[in-house]
Each structure stands twice: as C-alpha cells, then as structure tokens.
Design a protein. Structure first.
Length: 294
C-alpha cells in the first residue's frame, strides 16, 4: 500500500519534502537534530503524520497536507566563484542570491557544484523530485567538459576508465571523449554516475593531470542550453518537465483546477458606449450627437 493511501498517514519527511521545505535527506537531518516536532513532541525518523496533527519546524507551523502550486524546475548556469549553500561564514556569493524569489517555497539544488566549477545546476521546489534525482541508487549520469593541462596518454585514459583508488574508495569515468584543443590545454568530455565531492578533479589528479577548467554540461536528460551565459536561469517548459519527472520515475503533478484561468472574453460591442462615457464629459458627447444629426 502506498504512503498516500495509508490510513496511518504519510511519512513526515515525505510530507515536508512535498511542501517544498527541502529534500528528504535534508529533512531527515532536521528530524535527527530535533528541529521538527509533531503535536509538541520531538519527531522521530519514519513517523507518520495526518492532516489533523500539528507539525512545526524550528517552531514554525507547517500544514500536514497543503495544496501546493505546480512544482517548478529551473536550469541555472552557475559561474565559478559561487557556492551552493544558503549562507557562507566567509561572505562568498551563493547561487540562491541569483535565483528567482519564491513565496511559500524554497529552491532545492539537485546536486551541487564546487566553488571553482561552473555549469548546469538544476533547482526545484519539489523535495521528492530532488530526493529521487540525488539518491546514489539512481546512478544518474553527469557529464562535464574538462580542460586539462599537459599531454594525455592512452594509458592514462585506460586507467581513468578502468578505475583508480581514491581516498574515499575506487572511482572511474564511464566515458572519456576527446573534445579538441590547442597548445598545452586540451578539452575532454567525461561522464560519471556519482556525485562525490570534487570527484572529477580527484580522478584526473590520480594520473598527475591538472584540471584548469571544469563545466557541468549535462545532468541526466537535461543539458545546458548552448550559448547560455553564466549567471542566467531559465525554467523548464512542460515537455522538459515531463521528461525529467518520467526519468525520475515520478508523475508530473497537474495544475490544480483553481489555478486554471479561462481565457478572457473579448469586450462586448456595448462596451464602446460605456467607455465613451468615461472618455468624454456630457457636454462633449452632446455636441457630438448634434453634429451627427446635421
């Protein structure tokens, strides 16, 4: 039986993720830290809640089953020099300062990019979608354009594709494609299915190759649009949203009926006379009628 149809309610972290407060992983951390209460008592992981219960996060009330607007997903072309956290003790610029302002929801980054890495960053208001796309079990492809300094041998390429040992376990690229270049700098397109911290740079470091530029150009089925400048964002259209949700194994929520507005009807012919009363005072309209009679 699904959570949605269970008479015992839904799991707390799923309810809060659907409300756009964060990803399931983030919310599980909040619950473990004691930031979430249910009916005044500290919440526990896996607890189920119903709409009748009082849920609070950091003392603020959250409705257990609130009708949310249709979820939003956007592409942000992150430049180098921005971080993917909401605040930074060092005062560095965060990506959230550049994203469109939201009411009643928050942008959740789907994966992160390092401070010195630019490129495609997907952000959504749907915590369930973010959780699906970030979960390691999904093994979603991430493609990067990498500029390296120095000559690369076939032996190096083979090692990077076969696998090397990193400090947090073995790692490898699923594919490496030569993308050309001139002089000492050369470009490659690499694909891997993990999102470990600085993994692309560390893999190249393992064969003593320095990365001078790193750009994420694809996450799953979504590519960075061509000629799309850094610092810009664009929302996915309905077709791209359907593709992304289908890729994540989710159904794209429909727009609530109350949000669907009928097309405005064209003004009736009678409105011309009504509008004339607003545009012309009585004396002017009287003179216009006399002239017309003559």
């Amino acid at each position: 039986m699904s959570d949605h149809g269970s008479p015992a309610g839904e799991k707390l972290q799923k309810v809060l993720a659907r409300a756009g407060l964060g990803s399931r992983r983030q919310i599980e951390g909040w619950i473990a830290a004691g930031r979430v209460t249910v009916d005044g008592n500290p919440a526990t992981l896996g607890v189920r809640v119903t709409p009748a219960q009082a849920i609070r996060v950091d003392g603020r009330t959250v409705l257990a089953r609130v009708r949310q607007p249709r979820p939003r997903v956007l592409i942000y072309h992150k430049p180098e020099g921005e971080i993917c956290t909401r605040s930074d003790p060092q005062g560095r610029t965060t990506v959230f300062e550049k994203l469109p302002t939201l009411r009643g929801a928050r942008w959740i980054p789907i994966g992160r990019l390092d401070y010195n890495t630019s490129g495609l960053l997907l952000c959504t208001t749907d915590g369930e979608l973010a959780n699906r796309l970030m979960h390691p079990s999904q093994a979603i492809e991430r493609e990067y354009a990498v500029r390296v300094l120095g000559k690369i041998s076939e032996e190096m390429i083979t090692r990077l594709k076969t696998g090397v040992v990193l400090e947090d376990g073995p790692g490898h690229f699923d594919s490496i494609v030569d993308a050309g270049g001139a002089g000492a700098n050369h470009w490659y397109h690499v694909v891997l299915k993990e999102g470990r911290n600085r993994e692309v740079r560390r893999l190249w470091d393992s064969v003593s190759v320095k990365v001078s530029r790193l750009i994420r150009i694809r996450f799953g089925p979504i590519r960075l649009p061509p000629h799309f400048h850094t610092g810009r964002s664009v929302e996915l259209d309905d077709k791209a949203m359907a593709v992304l949700y289908g890729f994540a194994g989710l159904k794209l929520p429909s727009i609530p009926e109350s949000k669907i507005h009928a097309k405005r009807k064209p003004p009736r012919q009678d409105n011309k006379r009504r509008n004339a009363k607003k545009l012309y005072p009585d004396s002017v309209r009287k003179r216009r009628r006399i002239t017309a009679q003559r």
